[in-house]
Design a protein around this ligand. Structure first.
Ligand SMILES: [Zn+2]
Ligand SMILES: [Zn+2]
Length: 130
């Protein structure tokens, strides 16, 4: 029962933000409601939740794993300066791109990963003439 409750709180906290928090960031958020929860517990629950498809796990190029409550496919922009990850509201390029790749490689293509990289709005505002 306690385990289910922990998972529920983690899911709720993740659903409140669109900042794609890391497990450590999410742990800080969850601790406001469950002060004694450990980072290990948060990790374990995030693993279970992402395996079951309840949340999305975002692999950002070699960086720390981030998590997203939005499981429908969408693109992300990763800031090279502050490391923030935000949603890019673009339609996901589907079969056309994948079919083209399949043809070139004479392979079966099941999907694609695309990540935008650059500098976020905040970082651009901080740097004059950036
Ligand atoms: Zn930034
Ligand atoms: Zn996202």
């Amino acid at each position: 029962m306690r385990k289910t409750r922990q998972r529920q709180v983690i899911l709720e906290e993740l659903g409140k933000v669109n900042t794609h928090p890391t497990a450590a960031e999410l742990c800080t958020m969850v601790r406001r409601r469950m002060p004694h929860i450990s980072l290990g517990t948060v990790y374990r629950n995030l693993d279970i939740l992402s395996r079951s498809g309840a949340i999305a796990r975002i692999d950002v190029g070699g960086e720390e794993m981030r998590f997203d409550a939005a499981v429908s496919r969408h693109y992300h922009l990763r800031c090279l300066r502050c490391g923030s990850v935000e949603d890019v509201d673009l339609p996901v390029m589907g079969s056309t791109l994948e079919e083209a790749a399949a043809k070139l490689c004479q392979a079966q293509v099941c999907g694609h990963n695309l990540e935008f990289v650059g500098y976020c709005r905040n970082c651009c505002a901080r740097e004059v003439g950036f």
